[in-house]
Design a protein around this ligand. Sequence first.
Ligand code: AMP
Ligand code: MN
Ligand code: MN
Length: 324
Amino acid sequence: MNILEEIKGASTIGIGGHLRPDGDCIGASMGLYLYLIKACPEAKVEIFLEKPADVFSCISKIDQIHTDFATEVEQFDVFIALDTSKERLGEARGYFEHAKKRINIDHHVSNSGCGDVDHIRPKASSTSELVYEMIGDKSLIDEEIAKALYIGIIHDTGVFQYSNTSPATLKIAAELVAYGFDFSKLIEETFYEKTYVQTQILGRALLESILFMNGKCVVSMVDKKTMKFYKAQPYDLEGIVSQLRNIKEVECAIFMYQLDTLEYKVSLRSGGKVDVAKIASFFGGGGHKRAAGVTMQGTFHDIVNNLSAHIDAQLKEIGKQAED
Ligand code: AMP
Ligand code: MN
Ligand code: MN
């Protein structure tokens, strides 16, 4: 897909991504935004996302993001949903649904496509990688566009560590780095660096984690009271689930934080055996084979029980296949 061909003739273009946007969602959306305002100077291009975390303020023109949404829905000639299907667009969903042409660009295996034109590639490391591929005329890419897309790629690949990193990902990253930004500073400041509060909550979540299913699973939870005590936002909890997954012999890590009395945002990570996208999809969420998420209702124990039944069933099935 060449993005310029898909938006040909459009004079208003909207861009949106998922709720609680992560590095890939922000990098892909901002990379595409920066490219389109350059490639289509006559068009009105607008970007809608929930407020990005402060670490992303190094991305050029990030202040152009509309974080509060007009009550009256504007009709765009084209609206592009990135890194999600329409269900998680939040308040931008109305813009997407009312647009004359809807384009959906994503890499989640759980997304079957929701646009008039879909570009869903579960093998891609990130939506940022897809955006780079869709820019036909690479001569318009500059350092700022390259930096935004690179941030997206490093966040979704855990700095090229996760198995979604392919030779194509590394080749694209090499091409992006050639634009000259300080990539090592970017990795340090947007990925590894944590605030004191983030580090404290991480420590607490690790300390309170519970190992179960003979050490194959680990779970930890942060409740609303704790979030309030630390004045923590959801993005302050990013990375906790990956730390839990690093525990030796753990096949599946569960991390959840409380949204409401009987409602939790659940993150699942797998070492490769368990397909967590399948489990998250069963409960109405989605994601990738080794990283998925879902919002679930019930008590902490109900949720752990429901999830572990699925994890256990998958591990037993794998065990059976190995015996055959
Ligand atoms: P998280 O655990 O929130 O970091 O999410 C892990 C992966 O699953 C990311 O690629 C998310 O975009 C995706 N994901 C998280 N929650 C959902 C959901 N409710 N529906 C679909 N995909 C999700
Ligand atoms: Mn994402
Ligand atoms: Mn992504």
